[in-house]
Design a protein. Structure first.
Length: 385
């Protein structure tokens, strides 16, 4: 995959914006995942482009990446990206850095890019999407002394945005002199076709990176046990995703386990763009049994499709998925996961009710106009600072 080294301007609004010049620094296409989706959504959003001059600085060099690894190539990339951010900041009012600092090297990269933005003279927003930091559980995040040392090098003038209330509590405690606040993720709800949760066979759908932390070993065990429940209506399980965020070694180990358990037919592979929208529209229940999360974009996408949600009590899931939108079970709890799956497969009326609630939640709290209004205010404040 060729290296992407140029900034991509957002589509020009019908009337050129006269507001702050904003550079969004993020991994975007060909990268996949929540951060890429979030960054691409805000840069292309017509509301934001009506009040600010939005530009993308894409730091992706290859679709399958090992960004958390300390090696010579990644060090070179950090230096190159810091220089690009510094240059962009010299002609910008705001630099909006998207980051996932769950481990030490990504944290150092985040701090470096934020410092580069400040040295370039721009106001800086540091958006922390990391499931480890936002998860609110020790399973995902236990900062070491070196981690804390690097974290505290973040300039106090940098405003920190998280994607969960748990993440805000964690970072406010670790950085008591910084301003930290929660900003919910959002999707363009109008893009999604409404599913029919009542249809049979009941289609249980997982969508995400094929990784251990997404709970895919748990889901495989649960699927085997669910097959033993012969009193249920017909159902099938589809696992959609690739190795983009973890690499092929971890993903293939998980696929091998699924094949060994007789579940190879469930593995759909990665989808993108319209194919994701179509896959959600063809599902009945969305399942994400993660061990730790921030605020998964994929849950918001599934809610936009009117799907009931079955996930775990980690990160912002507890803020987003209530009893009117879905069911939450503890992470690692396979028996609870099996029971919840069985209940949803058996109860079509519950699927419909929860799916309707999920769609309403997406429209009222997580549609792009909601996020655009919030970010527009933050950009104005950062530009003034």
């Amino acid at each position: 995959m060729s290296e992407q080294t140029t900034s991509t301007p957002a589509p020009a609004p019908s009337t050129p914006a006269a507001g702050p010049r904003v550079v969004v620094v993020a991994q975007a296409a060909p990268a996949q995942g929540g951060i890429a989706s979030f960054a691409e959504n805000i840069v292309a959003d017509p509301t934001l482009n009506g009040v600010a001059r939005m530009t993308m600085l894409n730091t992706t060099r290859q679709a399958v990446r090992t960004a958390g690894t300390l090696n010579l190539g990644n060090l070179r990339n950090v230096v190159a990206d810091a220089w690009r951010v510094f240059r962009a900041a010299r002609s910008a009012d705001v630099v909006h850095v998207q980051s996932a600092p769950g481990r030490l090297f990504p944290l150092a990269r985040m701090v470096t890019l934020c410092v580069a933005g400040r040295l370039g003279g721009a106001g800086v927003l540091c958006h922390v999407h990391s499931g480890r930091v936002n998860g609110g559980n020790a399973d995902g995040f236990a900062p070491s002394k070196p981690y804390l040392f690097v974290l505290r090098r973040l300039p106090r003038s940098v405003r920190i945005l998280t994607v969960s209330n748990a993440g805000t509590r964690v970072l406010s405690k670790l950085l008591p002199k910084h301003h930290v606040e929660t900003v919910d993720n959002a999707v363009d709800v109008s893009r999604f076709t409404l599913a029919d949760p009542k249809s049979e066979p009941v289609v249980l759908m997982f969508l995400g990176t094929i990784s251990a932390r997404k709970g895919l070993y748990d889901l495989a065990d649960a699927a085997v046990l669910l097959k033993e429940r012969t009193d249920l209506p017909p159902w099938e399980l589809r696992v959609v995703g690739g190795a983009a965020e973890v690499g092929e070694e971890e993903a293939e180990a998980i696929r091998s386990t699924w094949r060994e358990k007789g579940l190879g037919d469930c593995l759909v592979g990665p989808l993108a763009g319209r194919a994701v929208v179509d896959a959600l529209a063809d599902a009945s229940v969305f399942v994400l049994p993660s061990h730790w999360e921030g605020q998964p974009m994929v849950i918001l996408e599934a809610m936009s499709a009117g799907l009931p949600i079955l996930s775990t009590t980690v990160g912002a899931n507890v803020d987003v998925v209530g009893p009117d939108e879905g069911v939450l079970v503890p992470p690692h709890d396979v028996p609870a996961l099996v029971d919840a799956l069985a209940d949803l497969v058996a109860d079509a009326d519950a699927r419909v009710r929860l799916g309707q609630g999920a769609r309403v939640r997406a429209e009222t709290a997580h549609d792009m106009p909601v996020l655009a209004g919030r970010l527009a205010a933050l950009y104005e404040q950062a530009a003034r600072r």
